[in-house]
Ligand binder design. Sequence first.
Ligand SMILES: [Zn+2]
Ligand SMILES: [Zn+2]
Length: 123
Amino acid sequence: MTKQRALILQVIRESGQHLTAEEIYQAAKKQMPNIAQATVYNNLLHLAAAGEIRRISIQGEKDRYDKTDVPHIHAICEGCGKIWDHPSEGLLQKLEQEMGVPIHYYELAVHCKCKDCASNVSN
Ligand SMILES: [Zn+2]
Ligand SMILES: [Zn+2]
C-alpha cells in the first residue's frame, strides 16, 4: 500500500463521520501537503473496489465514504440530512439464518428524524 493510500484509509477510519471526497482530500492535505486531489480520488475508487472502504450513495447528494471495519447500518435524518451509524452486530447472522444462504455484503439505511430535528418540531 502506498503512503498516500494508507493515509486516506486512516483519515476515513479515524473520522467518526461520513466524509465526501473533497473533505477527505482536505484532511489528507493537512498531513501530506503535496498530495494531489486526483491521487485522493483515484485511491478512493481503488479502496472502495477492494472493499477497504465503502461508498455511500444518497440520492441528490455527494457520495460519502465510510469505514468497513465495524458492522453498522446508517440512519439518515430527513430533516437535516445528518448520517449516523447504528451498530448492526448480529443482524447479518439473523438474516443469513432466515434466508438460508450466506450473505457477502449488505447495504442498509433507515430514514428517520434525528433527535435534534424530532425535538425541534414546535407543534
Ligand atoms: Zn436532523
Ligand atoms: Zn457509517
